[in-house]
Design a protein around this ligand. Structure first.
Ligand SMILES: C[S@@+](CC[C@H](N)C(=O)[O-])C[C@H]1O[C@@H](n2cnc3c(N)ncnc32)[C@H](O)[C@@H]1O
Length: 290
C-alpha cells in the first residue's frame, strides 16, 4: 500500500467504504487545526479503522460524507478527535520519574506545602494513571506521614482533550488487571476493591481535579505549578506546536519548579537558559527554589 492508493480494508471492519488519500489529507488537516496533532501518512490505516466504525454508527456512505458531517456537527468533531488520539498509559510508567519525584522533589514540596500550598499538573493525563501515581508517590507508604498532603493544601490537576478519558481519570476506577502495575505496598494503602476492579480511595481522589482541556486553547489556571508532568503528549505534535507548548509549559511553572516529559521527547535548545536538565527527561526551571 502506498499513500497514493486508497485503503479498502482493516481487521474487524468488513466491507467499509475506501479511504482515499484526499479524504485522509482532509482528516489530517482537521486534526492539525483542532488539536495540533500531526497525522503522518503511516497513520492512514489507523484512521481508516477508527473512523470506519463512526461511518457505520452514523450510517454514512463514505468518508467524504463523514468529513462533511464533522464540519457541521461539533459533537461528531469531538468524537473524531477523541477517536484519533492515542491514550496509552499505565501506573508507574517511566519509573525513574517517580524515583526522582520521591527522592529529590518531595522534600521541597513538603516545605512548600507549609507556606503556600503545592500545585501539580498532569497535562495530557489520559485515564488518570499518571496523576494517581503522582498522588501515591507524594503520600508514600505511611498513612501518618501522608498527612502533610492529605490534610494540606496540595492539589493535583489532570487535563486531557478527550472527555472520555477525563471521565475515567475523574472516576479513579480501574479494571482489576491494572492493579498489578501498582507496587503492592502502595496499592494496599491507597486503593480499594470496587465493582469489576479497583478504585483509588476517595481521600486520594479528592486531591485530584480532572478537566477537559485542549493544550492549544487558552489555559484557565491562574496559579503556576510546582511540578508539571507532560509526558508522551508532545510526540504527536509538529515542531512548531511542540515549541509553542513547551514555552507555555515553562511559563506556567514556578521558578524552581520541575517538568517531566516523555522518554522520547526533548526540550528544544531555546529553553536551555530557563530549564536545567536534572535527570533523564527531567528539567528544573531556573531562578528560584519553588
Ligand atoms: C499517550 S497519552 C499519555 C498519557 C500520560 N501522560 C502518560 O505518559 O502515560 C497522550 C494523551 O495526550 C492527549 N492529547 C493529545 N493531544 C492533546 C491536546 N491537543 N490537548 C490535550 N491533550 C491532548 C491524548 O488525548 C492522550 O490522552
Amino acid at each position: 500500500m502506498s499513500f497514493h492508493s486508497p485503503i479498502t480494508s482493516a481487521p474487524g471492519l468488513g466491507m467499509a467504504p475506501a479511504l482515499t488519500p484526499a479524504e485522509f489529507a482532509a482528516i489530517a488537516a482537521i486534526m492539525q487545526e483542532q488539536a495540533r496533532i500531526h497525522l503522518s501518512e503511516t497513520k492512514m490505516t489507523l484512521v481508516y479503522s477508527r473512523l470506519g466504525r463512526r461511518l457505520r454508527v452514523r450510517g454514512l456512505r463514505d468518508f467524504t460524507d463523514y468529513i462533511k458531517l464533522v464540519g457541521s456537527d461539533p459533537v461528531e468533531m469531538n468524537t473524531m478527535v477523541e477517536a484519533l488520539t492515542t491514550n496509552h498509559t499505565h501506573f508507574f510508567r517511566e519509573p525513574h520519574h517517580f524515583t526522582h519525584l520521591e527522592k529529590d522533589v518531595l522534600p521541597i514540596l513538603k516545605d512548600k506545602a507549609r507556606q503556600d500550598g503545592v500545585r501539580i499538573w498532569s497535562a495530557g493525563c489520559s485515564t488518570g494513571e499518571e496523576v494517581h501515581t503522582i498522588a501515591m508517590v507524594l503520600l508514600g507508604l505511611d498513612r501518618n506521614a501522608a498527612r502533610w498532603a492529605l490534610g494540606g493544601d496540595v492539589k493535583l490537576l489532570a487535563t486531557d482533550i478527550s472527555s472520555e478519558v477525563v471521565a475515567g481519570a475523574a472516576s479513579g476506577h480501574y479494571a482489576a488487571n491494572l492493579l498489578e502495575q501498582i507496587p503492592a505496598a502502595y496499592a494496599k494503602l491507597w486503593t480499594q476493591p470496587a465493582a469489576e476492579g479497583f478504585e483509588i480511595i476517595p481521600e486520594v481522589r479528592a486531591m485530584v481535579t480532572a478537566r477537559i482541556l485542549n493544550l492549544f486553547d487558552r489555559w484557565p489556571m491562574r496559579r503556576r505549578f510546582d511540578v508539571i508532568f507532560c509526558r508522551n503528549v508532545m510526540i504527536y505534535f509538529d515542531n512548531e506546536a511542540k515549541a509553542e507548548l513547551e514555552r507555555r509549559l515553562v511559563d506556567q511553572l514556578e521558578p524552581g519548579g520541575f517538568l517531566y516529559i516523555g522518554h522520547s521527547e526533548r526540550l528544544t535548545d531555546r529553553m536551555r537558559s530557563q530549564m536545567q536538565p536534572c535527570g533523564q527527561t527531567i528539567y528544573r526551571k531556573t531562578g528560584g527554589a519553588v
